[in-house]
Write a protein that binds this ligand. Sequence first.
Ligand SMILES: [Cu+2]
Length: 158
Amino acid sequence: MPARTVMAAVLLAVLAACGNGEDRPSTGGSASGSGTGASGSASHTGDHGGKGAGFPESEANSVVRATLRDFAFESVPRTVKGPKVYFEATNQGPTEHELVVMDEAGKELGEIEAFAKGKDSKPLSLELQPGRYKLACLVKLGDKTHADLGMEASFTVE
Ligand SMILES: [Cu+2]
């Protein structure tokens, strides 16, 4: 029966530790995960943004200011300097658009979520190694996406 007491104590300690863990006392600051900009509110995209870097525009090696419209990306440079690439988008509509950055294999690296005509997007900052990348708008229209209708582009990071 002493063993049971020990087990209970351990359990309690574990539970207490979990509860305290939420506060992350060692880091000092709050909101440690979000940084500035991109990663903060992208809740439904959650897991695929492996390299969302969250650096400010002033630290970027290059800035991509894309114009989104039905159904194309405009003013996307063919070549940008990496690794820190900062994306901003303006939606000229008429419908909502988004900007998803993918590697050549189609793996999503980050996105600017769909936003309305006449608006500027939240920024997206990504660290991209040299190579080819794609932009696509995956907003649905019927059973297609805007990308299916031509709303995609590619660029090279050097
Ligand atoms: Cu679109």
